[in-house]
Design a protein around this ligand. Sequence first.
Ligand SMILES: Nc1ncnc2c1ncn2[C@@H]1O[C@H](COP(=O)(O)OP(=O)(O)O)[C@@H](O)[C@H]1O
Ligand SMILES: [Mg+2]
Length: 367
Amino acid sequence: MSTMRFDKVSKVFLNGVEAVHEFTMDVHEGEFIVLVGPSGCGKSTTLRMVAGLEEITSGDLFIDDKRINNVAPKDRDIAMVFQNYALYSHMTVYHNMAFSLVLRLENPNKIHERVLWAADILGLTPYLNRKPAYLSGGQRQRVALGRAIVRDPKIFLLDEPLSNLDAKLRNSMRKELKDLHHRLQTTMIYVTHDQIEALTLADRIVLMKDGVIQQISTPFEIYHDPENLFVANFIGTPPMNVFELTIRSDGQLMIEGTPLDISVHTAFLSLKKQNYFGKQVVVGVRPEYIRVEPAQPTAQGNFAVVDIYELLGADALVHFMIESTSVTAKVSELIPIKAKESICYQFDVEHLYFFDRETGVRIRGER
Ligand SMILES: Nc1ncnc2c1ncn2[C@@H]1O[C@H](COP(=O)(O)OP(=O)(O)O)[C@@H](O)[C@H]1O
Ligand SMILES: [Mg+2]
């Protein structure tokens, strides 16, 4: 178990691309950190700098308070698992896992013990004499993990290790990884572009965009308390609905000609003080906080016609238009709604998010 400190760690490639800009964070002992963000945002580069596979252009990286910028990869005591796990095809599972220990000239009895221990944890004991070609995708990925854990490293780095697996296997491997982390208690840094993996695996999520950290938070916080519009859009499926709407000069939010009273919202005073009254803002609302019911004369709110109705099981997604924006509401399947029929919708005011139209920065309540 180890702590880590990134202090303004940056990477500029020879072609001038700044892949990572002043990455700064403290990683606590035994933490499961997930770096998430769209393709090209600098996740792998960050991980490769930790592993020592990529030189750090500027900034400092510490493991257990020791600066490791110039420590050789083999001396960092870090194990890395990649998406393309590249097992040695001519070696058995046993030898694949033993290999790095053999290279390090460990005592043969110790090697044997470690391999059996890792095989037991990963459920690979029955397959130790098989070659990779005779294993399933999930089993192969477990061997790749096994190769990493036999070394008992200070830190695990995992770069999209589940991306090559089919959806069902990915879900079960996700649970296994979480379980593995509980058992080993080793500090892990895990890279993925998949926000569901980030939400389910992480103790804390680091969300990146264009080489810059957007937010570092627990999964709960990043979902409920996004710092900006990018984070709000990236986390959550279906994604948060966002509109450009006008706040009237009397502080009411106008939706399709109907005023919505937002005076109960925690950000109401900030909106007023920061001169957003009379202006357009970006308003976000998650699908579960738009209430939808069949249109009846007594119904409250605005009316719309359902474009598409998707049954998911216990829930359903209702798609319709508000102010020329396509909107998705998530409702119980018990609410009788059909495609092409009229509905009445209402926003749950307390669960609205406000963002500055230019910067995308969240407009919060005063704290
Ligand atoms: N060796 C390299 N030389 C130049 N640019 C690179 C190199 N490796 C990555 N990049 C660029 O750095 C950025 C970040 O890449 P990467 O860290 O692989 O992103 P991610 O893993 O988040 O998809 C991208 O713009 C990518 O094209
Ligand atoms: Mg990558």
